[in-house]
Design a protein around this ligand. Structure first.
Ligand code: HEM
Length: 379
């Protein structure tokens, strides 16, 4: 089976496992985080980048060696998850060794993809699309986050601060920048209506997103003031994208069916999470639900919305015909309903009310039922 659809299914499966653990088990937050993020989302993002970079540079598809970097990152995530499992976690030497191996494998994958992306951008046919610079910056944040891992282990007195740098660099820098850079092109494609300003907005807004994520990551660890300034800057590209979506794409986003509804919901979820994040930073809201909120209100509608649009092409690349359109329509059925349940549930959890998990579980169950029916029908 092809790697991208497999990794998309893997990411959704990891989210379902994590949600079940949150609902029915006692699970350390770090284990839940890495199950969804390091084992699910990180490899999917790297595979998606290997797919999109040739599109953005109008060049040949990625070679096998580059595509396989996503699998290497998956191994890194697996090593990290393994380091936290029962028996191994009780053996500190094995736990630390596996954590370091995990960070090294993920860093090797990210660095290889970064160098290849830079080389491709130089050899681009004409100027590379501005979305490419967002991927370069996102990979830089992943490398920064991974560089924190040995420091976390070597510098125990700074563990809490470095953990916050690692998690914000990952969530806002790596995942956030990739998502915003991709969404600006993906939503208009899903809506079937060209956004003429998307490329220039991407070129102008990268500095805000980059500075915002960097200040947020460093500020979360070392200075609340820097973190608040970072959150404000990070909102600039989101607000500018949101304004265009509100005026030009509201009819598509407000639909009951289709990828645009899920992608729009993910954007609403991210803005809601940033507001909740300021509440956490000011100690007005408990931070305990922040991670679950990020996974449910942002990542779940984002990954499912992207998969609705892209899965047909990933499964059968080449000429697009009625089969692709039929599968896209079937995958997008009721997306507005399950994405709204996920965003509402995730934001309730992010505000400190665990009952929101049940709302999100209903959304995820509906999403799985729709996807299973669509994929069985497509065979
Ligand atoms: C495979 C490479 C990775 C390694 C080796 C690694 C390592 C670590 C370590 C050692 C911690 C501190 C754990 C603790 O509090 O006991 C941590 C925390 C965290 N990491 Fe990673 N990480 C990796 C990848 C990622 C990725 C890709 C993401 C997100 C996209 C991520 C998100 C987080 C989060 C959210 C936390 C905080 C969890 C909590 O609240 O306890 N990590 N990571």
């Amino acid at each position: 089976m092809k790697l991208l659809p497999l990794l998309a299914a893997n990411a959704i499966a990891m989210m379902v496992c994590t949600l079940l653990l949150w609902l029915f088990g006692e699970v350390p937050t770090a284990l839940a985080a890495h199950l969804t993020l390091a084992l699910g989302i990180m490899p999917l993002i790297l595979a998606a980048m290997a797919y999109f970079v040739p599109v953005l540079t109008r060049s040949d598809g990625a070679p096998r060696a580059i595509e396989s970097m996503a699998a290497l990152a998956w191994l890194g995530g697996a090593a990290m998850v393994a380091s936290m499992l029962g028996g191994i976690a009780r053996n500190p030497v094995a736990g630390i060794a596996l954590t370091i191996v995990g960070a090294l494998l993920a860093a090797k994958a990210a660095a290889t993809l970064l160098v290849w992306t830079l080389l491709r951008s130089r050899r681009s046919l004409g100027a590379a699309h501005p979305g490419l610079a967002w991927y370069v910056a996102a990979l830089g944040f992943l490398l920064l986050a991974l560089a924190c891992v040995p420091l976390l282990l070597l510098w125990p007195e700074r563990f809490a601060a470095l953990r916050l740098v690692h998690l914000h660099a990952n969530l806002l820098g790596f995942v956030g920048l990739t998502a915003i850079g991709t969404l600006q092109v993906l939503l208009p494609t899903a809506a079937g209506r060209w956004d003429k300003q998307a490329a220039s907005r991407l070129a102008q807004d990268l500095k805000f997103a980059l500075a915002g994520a960097a200040l947020l990551a460093l500020g979360a660890g070392f200075s609340g003031f820097l973190a608040a300034a970072g959150a404000a800057l990070f909102c600039v590209p989101l607000a500018r994208m949101g304004r265009v979506w509100l005026f030009d794409y509201a009819d598509q986003i407000g639909r009951v069916h289709g990828a645009s509804a899920a992608l729009g919901a993910a954007c609403v979820g991210l803005i809601g999470l940033l507001i909740a994040g300021v509440g956490h930073g000011l100690a007005r809201l408990p931070a305990s639900g922040a991670l679950a909120g990020f996974v449910l209100a942002f990542l779940a509608p984002l990954v499912s919305g992207a998969a609705m649009q892209l899965l047909p092409v990933w499964l059968r690349p080449g000429r697009q015909d009625a089969w692709h359109e039929r599968l896209r329509t079937a995958l997008g059925r009721c997306s507005g309903v399950h994405a709204s349940l996920l965003v509402a549930g995730g934001l309730i959890v992010a505000c400190g009310y665990a009952q929101g998990l049940w709302l999100a579980a209903a959304g995820l169950a509906l999403l799985l039922a729709v996807a299973t029916r669509a994929l069985l029908g497509a065979r």
